[in-house]
Design a protein around this ligand. Structure first.
Ligand code: DQA
Length: 146
């Protein structure tokens, strides 16, 4: 059984209402609920955490290290493009993670094209909407079959 943490960065609590042309109409609660169901059905444990505050996400990553979390699925949202503190937190705990973006960050403004996480992630999923989280979880489930 794997312990999986899903981390959501700033403004993702507004999903469903926020710029639906970029982020779709699914709410964060329904994304998280679908992930818990999928994890349960494959015999894994999944929890999720959202914060608008960088320090709270740093502390949650440190906690994940202490709790023995095996994998993280992370949408750093706007912190993707700014946060060396979150990058360093992930390097410090050394937990493998998959970076997810609902929108395709390469089809948008120039400033979204660089992420401080992509080169240290297992992989990056960008532009598949809420399905991207399920794709990330399916990959983690496959890794744990070996
Ligand atoms: C996002 C893309 C980011 O550029 C943006 O700041 C977000 C969401 C996405 O899921 O597409 O808040 O990470």
């Amino acid at each position: 059984m794997a312990n999986i943490l899903v981390l959501h960065g700033p403004n993702l609590d507004m999903l469903g209402r926020r710029e639906p042309e970029h982020y779709g109409s699914t709410t964060l609660d329904s994304i998280d609920a679908a992930l818990v169901l999928l994890a349960d059905s494959t015999g894994h444990r999944l929890e999720s955490f959202q914060s608008n505050a960088e320090h709270a996400l740093v502390e949650r990553i440190h906690q994940a290290g202490a709790d023995g979390i095996d994998h993280i699925i992370f949408n750093p949202a706007a912190f993707s493009h700014t946060s060396i503190a979150l990058r360093d937190a992930l390097l410090a705990v050394d937990i493998p993670f998959i970076e997810v973006h609902l929108s395709n960050i390469y089809r948008r403004e120039e400033f979204r094209r660089h992420s401080w996480f992509s080169d240290i992630a297992i992989g990056v999923i960008s532009g598949l909407g809420a399905n991207g989280y399920e794709a990330a979880l399916n990959h983690i489930v496959e890794l744990h079959k070996n």
